[in-house]
Design a protein around this ligand. Structure first.
Ligand SMILES: Cc1cc2nc3c(=O)[nH]c(=O)nc-3n(C[C@H](O)[C@H](O)[C@H](O)COP(=O)(O)O)c2cc1C
Length: 263
């Protein structure tokens, strides 16, 4: 693929991966491109744990499913992220950001308008939606042939100091290289982020991975090869929409949006 095609095709995989193990050649390539990223003073503050051990993957999957059920049942997830949830094309066209929930079980569709209300939350809990979503999330993570944990060197990543911005930026650059390269080699990638929403569960993963005191666990991803004609999860979203240039590009000062590039 041409570079710009790879870049424009980059996306997050919400669905299942093939069970096939990720080849050692591809594991090495993903870590080579991660290591090729820019970093402040070439400090390379990132560290990675490649996880193929089934027991470890199953444990992280269970923690992820539990975490999703917890934050869904308590309503904290919806409360925290509702500014990004879209339930109509019209709303998405107007905002051009966020997640469009364009795949919902029939049963839930009538509730989309009330999903952020107490009654909506009570109804979802009565229908055991948090448990169903949690179980689907557990299966999705457990079905992944490889998890990738990303850590930062605490000598570089010092929250509250400029170095923490630099380290986070560098980590993001390294992960973008990985994200782009997955597209080039027929793989997909997704954050395993629900454990991050439940601090005690994030600590369980840190213990599971024997994270030493001089490193900070920053994120966990699931990776694998993309199946042909993958079936979308029962509840799924699309997030291909992007802002128009006039919404995020300015000319010379922030007073002058770039208005000639909107298509
Ligand atoms: C910092 C960060 C956190 C993210 N967290 C999640 C997440 O928790 N779950 C998920 O499925 N995707 C997550 N994503 C992926 C975004 O949802 C995705 O990049 C965005 O919706 C655009 O979709 P695309 O990646 O397919 O272009 C995250 C991305 C970033 C950069």
């Amino acid at each position: 693929m041409q570079f710009l095609d790879v870049l424009r095709a980059r996306k997050t995989t919400n669905g299942p991966f093939r069970p096939d193990p990720v080849t050692e050649e591809h594991q090495r390539l993903l870590m080579e491109v991660a290591g090729a990223a820019p970093s402040q003073l070439n400090s390379q503050p990132w560290r990675f744990v490649i996880i193929e051990d089934r027991q470890t993957i199953e444990t992280i999957a269970a923690i992820s499913g539990e975490s999703m059920t917890k934050v869904m049942a308590e309503g904290t997830f919806f409360e925290r992220y509702k500014p990004y949830f879209r339930f109509s094309e019209a709303e998405m066209e107007e905002k051009r950001n966020g997640m469009l929930f364009d795949q919902l079980p029939l049963l839930l569709r009538p509730f989309t308008k009330r999903v952020f209300t107490e009654q909506g939350q009570a109804m979802m809990n009565r229908l055991r939606v948090p448990q169903k979503l949690g179980e689907e999330n557990r299966r999705l993570v457990e079905g992944s042939p490889l998890l990738l944990a990303v850590l930062l060197d605490r000598a570089e990543y010092r929250p509250g100091q400029l170095s923490s911005f630099y380290s986070l930026f560098s980590m993001g650059a390294a992960m973008e290289n990985v994200w782009l390269t997955t597209g080039e080699i027929g793989m997909g990638i997704q954050f395993v982020s629900f454990p991050m929403e439940v601090p005690e569960n994030w600590e369980r993963i840190q213990r599971l991975l024997h994270v030493p005191d001089d490193l900070e666990l920053m994120a966990v991803y699931r990776l694998g090869y993309l199946p042909e004609n993958a079936k979308r999860p029962a509840i799924d979203w699309s997030s291909r929409q992007r802002k128009r240039p006039s919404q995020y590009v300015f000319r010379d000062t922030c007073e002058t949006p770039e208005s000639n590039w909107d298509s």
